[in-house]
Design a protein. Structure first.
Lengths: 117, 110
């Protein structure tokens, strides 16, 4: 199993350009998440999905859109990139319930490094 | 609102020098306390889940413990390959979502 994969690994954009980050998982997980990680600010949740065809806003959703047309894929779009969106983006996935019926652990991809000039 | 605070921000140890990392949390309805390891330039890697106070989990030189207000990650006789950033997260009542701390960066010198 490849686990969680992300495409691309690195990208440079100019302000105002658009792009889509692709996340794919082969673990048949129900839930998927997009985070951004900035120095000194930890992991912040952008959007998440609890199933195919569903999405919801996280902590920092402004400037981003997402889609989950297939269970295994979760796309993150930037319609008009801004320098403030320079960050490392991580995708993660999880089952719906952890062991003992509690919350599930998340499994992360390798990240996409995005630089917006 | 769920909150997670990790301390210290950075920890430097000599090889073999045992220590502990702290994760303090406030959450309405804990559904799990998670520890992850993150190496530079890589995504976080899941280590442990703890669900109830008093629970302990072990993996090689690492042992995680949980109380009602905090969790500790104990590192016994660390080696240089244990150098990484360790992240703590809590899962609240909203199924699936976790709130992460800022992490503790551990450096183990030979």
């Amino acid at each position: 199993n490849a686990g969680v994969t992300q495409t691309p690994k690195f990208r440079v954009l100019k302000t105002g350009q658009s792009m889509t980050l692709l996340c794919a998982q082969d673990m048949n997980h129900e839930y998927m998440y997009w985070y951004r990680q900035d120095p000194g600010m930890g992991l912040r949740l952008i959007h998440y999905s609890v199933g195919e065809g569903t999405t919801a806003k996280g902590e920092v959703p402004d400037g981003y859109n997402v889609s989950r047309l297939k269970k295994q894929n979760f796309l993150l779009g930037l319609e008009s990139a801004a320098p403030s969106q320079t960050s490392v983006y991580f995708c993660a996935s999880s089952v719906a319930r952890g062991t003992s019926g509690g919350g599930p652990a998340q499994y992360f991809g390798p990240g996409t490094r995005l630089l917006v000039l | 609102e769920d909150q997670v605070t990790q301390s210290p921000e950075a920890l430097r140890l000599q090889e073999g020098e045992s220590s502990s990392l702290n994760c303090s949390y406030t959450v309405s309805g804990l559904r799990g306390l998670f520890w992850y390891r993150q190496d530079p330039g890589k995504g976080p890697e899941f280590l442990f889940t703890l669900y109830s106070a008093g629970e302990e989990k072990e993996k090689e030189r690492l042992k995680a413990t949980l109380t009602k207000k905090e969790s500790f990650l104990h590192i016994t006789a660390p080696k240089p390959e244990d150098s990484a950033t360790y992240l703590c997260a809590v899962g609240g009542t909203n199924a699936g979502k976790s709130t992460f701390g800022d992490g503790t960066t551990l450096t183990v010198k030979p």
